[in-house]
Design a protein around this ligand. Sequence first.
Ligand code: F6R
Length: 242
Amino acid sequence: MNILILRNEAEIGQVLGDLFCALAREKKNAVLGLATGSTPLPSYRRMISRYKAGDVSFKDVITFNLDEYCGLPADHKNSYRTFMRQELFEQIDILHKNTHFLDGNTNDERAESERFRRLIENAGGIDLQLLGIGRNGHIGFNEPSDAFTQEAYRTALTESTIAANSVYFDDCPMPRYAMTMGVGSILRAKRIVLVATGEAKAEAVKAMLEGEVTPGCPASALQNHPNTTVYLDPAAAALLSV
Ligand code: F6R
């Protein structure tokens, strides 16, 4: 894994936003794997500003999001579909039909997982996957467990994740379950960029980069990926020994 420590989250957002724009310009039907949460926002803002400046078009880009809550209507203000619409898709020229999400309300988890796997495969695989990391080392919503997960599945969220994300749920309880891409499906991306900023992520970053590869820290699986770069700010890198 490559590790880059940049000055702050704004600088990381600029570098990564530019990376996504470069891919959209270079490759017709580029396939982007996207994340939600606070970490990707500076990257999305950079993509929007490059689009508004006329530098790039996302008309041919295809996206897949990592995860979606179970039990929320798709248009709920806290669904990840809504998040992506507000924070990125409505502000660029991406086509709605090219944006893909797991259905958090499926009655058939296996069929939904298979549908998503095939869609990604038919698109040619994910060219560039953006990841954040949970304070407990999760990627997507793959929480620490006894075995690495493979394809998309329905998962129970841990107390750590519920504590971190419930701040966004001001008028309804936060869902306890989510559909997420599995670690195996995330690792099939051709290239991965993971971003961690702030001291709350420092322990997870240390475990991911310097700990053993273990499902107890799902992000540690990235040590086995051939093309992953981790972007950190100084606070998230503070506990690294090198
Ligand atoms: C969200 C996702 C999660 C977040 C992680 C960090 O789609 O995949 O793994 O990346 O929980 O969240 P923030 O960025 O809010 O700290």
